[in-house]
Ligand binder design. Structure first.
Ligand code: IDP
Ligand code: MG
Length: 138
């Protein structure tokens, strides 16, 4: 059986705060497999493709600015139902109200900026995962 895969990004706030190891440890402790990993500062082009669905949103420019502000760690993660499972580990978008026990709930906070700095990205569907993995690991 083909194993499901998802794209996880440790965002620039997570890398800068030295939380990459803790985030990867949570993924491994859950039982998922880290298949591939790379650290890079993404350019506008990859971010525009990655966040195309948000282009018209008020936080789009701050989001692209934030995501290109430093290194991110892109991770290919595998496991049965990992797409849904990592979204659950990550927690809700807003770190203030993300449930304790989640990455965003335990490690994130609101810094009063135009974009929520919430430590991680995780693909939200099979279609997004396929598209995003091709984008970040081509
Ligand atoms: P997700 O990362 O939980 O899937 P999305 O709605 O896909 O959330 O938004 C992408 C990213 O844009 C979020 O992770 C967050 O960094 C930022 N963002 C989303 N909604 C807002 C908002 O209402 N204000 C500020 N930033 C936001
Ligand atoms: Mg999303």
């Amino acid at each position: 059986m083909a194993t499901e895969e998802t794209l996880v990004l440790v965002k620039p706030d997570g890398v800068a705060r030295g939380l990459t190891g803790q985030i990867l440890a949570r993924i491994e402790a859950k039982g998922y497999e880290i298949v591939d990993i790379r650290k890079l500062t993404p350019g506008r082009e990859v971010l525009a493709a990655h966040y195309a669905e948000h282009e018209s949103k008020p936080f789009y420019e701050p989001l692209v600015e934030f995501m290109s502000s430093g290194d991110v760690v892109a991770v290919r993660v595998a496991g049965h139902r990992v797409i849904e499972g990592f979204r659950s580990l990550a927690g809700a978008t807003e770190p203030t109200t993300a449930a304790p026990g989640t990455i965003r709930g335990d490690l994130g906070r609101d810094w009063g900026l135009k974009v929520q700095q919430n430590l991680v990205h995780g693909s939200d569907s099979h279609e997004s995962a396929a598209r995003e993995l091709a984008l970040w690991f081509s």
